[in-house]
Design a protein around this ligand. Structure first.
Ligand code: AMP
Length: 399
């Protein structure tokens, strides 16, 4: 891939448009509850400022209707955060992308930052409207994409805009780091390579599993999606989560892995509950013989041992999806133990990666993120990359 990054370019005197992913979680008082996404963009912003560029930041936040300003989705909390964090003047422009915004961009001086309002206040943004993309493009003379979390969207600011900068479009540090790590996982991982896939549903992971069949030596399946596989193979799963319309697909996946000599590991025992509640009664049962009235909520103690042995013998591990209902303390043990075991692979010099969907939330909640080689900032974007898809935000710069 043609990796045009900001690293080797001097942006002195340039007005640089940077697409970030500032789609941060906010509480009811509109305070930022997790600033990871903003922090991860700071190296790119600081490099541009250090070069002497004027930096125009663009982002979306949530899913507004696209009919103009909505207080609930304003980027004002992000502007406050940047004002406190950056040691330079930060202007926030709440104007709805009119001539006023153009004027503010024109007046922006080197070493200063201008944050635009939520791009999704304009309907054209999510439709990939070319007129909106060209309006944004006129604000700057170089374009940097650092929004990996939105790279799977062909929106005006994430992909379409790049065509207006044929010679001045670059990946920011965050994007470059994500791509380097994902390429390493998919095309340069040391073997034995194990994928640990959990989470709620098989349906959201089918394409990831199919693409990984050619890459990994072992596949560990946990979480709610395991029960669809167990049922497809003739097991009784009680009231566990199941997707009955995916039983045939599960069988196909099992056959495909067999054909490709990939070892498949499913949980042998399961910690069950008599209701979907942290305080439910609990009982460990064989995963293929869960009594009716009980549902599988976490992997059992034998499974933790079996999965750990496979992970311990690996040089590369990809982890996507919790192994159980980790949000409930009584059912978080499996995810915690397996996460710790993956962390030990990193300590021994192996390569470990986590991302996609809820995985990073699980790794953060259980304090595991620091022990892994690579934590992706992209939920859907990481999953689509793992599916082998070309992300529009990446293609627009790499082409
Ligand atoms: P995903 O976004 O597909 O990675 O799924 C994450 C969700 O899967 C989390 O909210 C977990 O609570 C849920 N999950 C994991 N294991 C189970 C299970 N055994 N039964 C129901 N939900 C589960």
């Amino acid at each position: 891939m043609n990796m045009k990054t900001i690293e080797s370019v001097d942006f002195q005197g340039k007005k640089v448009l940077v697409r970030c992913d500032f789609n941060v979680p906010l509480n009811k008082d509109r305070q930022i509850t997790d600033d990871t996404r903003i922090r991860e963009c700071l190296p790119t912003i600081n490099k541009l400022l250090k070069d002497g560029a004027a930096v125009i930041l663009m982002s979306h936040l949530g899913r507004p209707a696209g009919t103009g300003f909505e207080e609930e989705f304003s980027l004002a909390p992000v502007a406050d955060y940047l004002k406190k964090t950056l040691s330079c003047p930060v202007h926030f422009h709440q104007d709805a992308f009119t001539e006023e915004t153009v004027k503010a961009a024109q007046e922006l001086r080197p070493g200063e930052v201008l944050l635009l309002e939520n791009l999704r206040f304009i309907k054209g943004e999510t439709k990939g409207d070319e007129t909106f993309a060209s309006y944004l493009a006129k604000l700057g003379d170089a374009y940097v994409n650092d929004a990996f979390g939105a790279a799977h969207r062909a929106h005006s600011s994430t992909a379409v805009i790049a065509k207006f900068f044929p010679n001045d479009k670059y990946f920011g540090y965050l994007m470059a780091n994500e791509i380097t790590n994902l390429e390493k996982l998919l095309h340069g991982a040391e073997h034995p390579f194990t994928a640990v896939i959990g989470g709620a549903k098989v349906s959201s992971k089918i394409d990831v599993l199919k693409n990984l069949a050619d890459k990994v030596d072992s596949l560990i399946i946990g979480g709610g999606m395991a029960y669809t596989f167990i049922k497809a193979m003739g097991g009784s799963i009680g009231d566990s989560l199941v997707e009955d319309d995916k039983l045939a697909t599960a069988c196909e996946i099992v056959e495909d892995f067999k054909r490709k000599n990939v070892k498949l590991y499913l949980p042998s025992d399961t910690l069950c509950a008599d209701k979907f509640d942290n305080d439910a009664n609990r009982k460990v049962m064989p995963t293929h013989a869960i009594s009716s009235g009980w549902m599988g909520m976490d992997i059992g103690p034998d499974t933790i041992k079996e999965f750990s042995e496979v992970i311990n013998a690996s040089k590369s591990v990809l982890w996507n999806g919790p192994l159980g209902v980790f949000e409930m303390e009584n059912f978080s043990e499996g995810t915690l133990q397996i996460g710790r075991c993956i962390g030990q692979v990193t300590e021994r010099g192996g390569y470990t990666a986590v991302g996609g969907g809820d995985s990073v939330a699980a790794a953060n909640k259980l304090g595991l993120a620091k022990s892994l080689s690579y934590v992706s900032t992209g939920g859907g974007a990481m999953l689509e990359y793992l599916e082998g898809k070309t992300l529009p935000g990446v293609a627009a710069i790499a082409e």
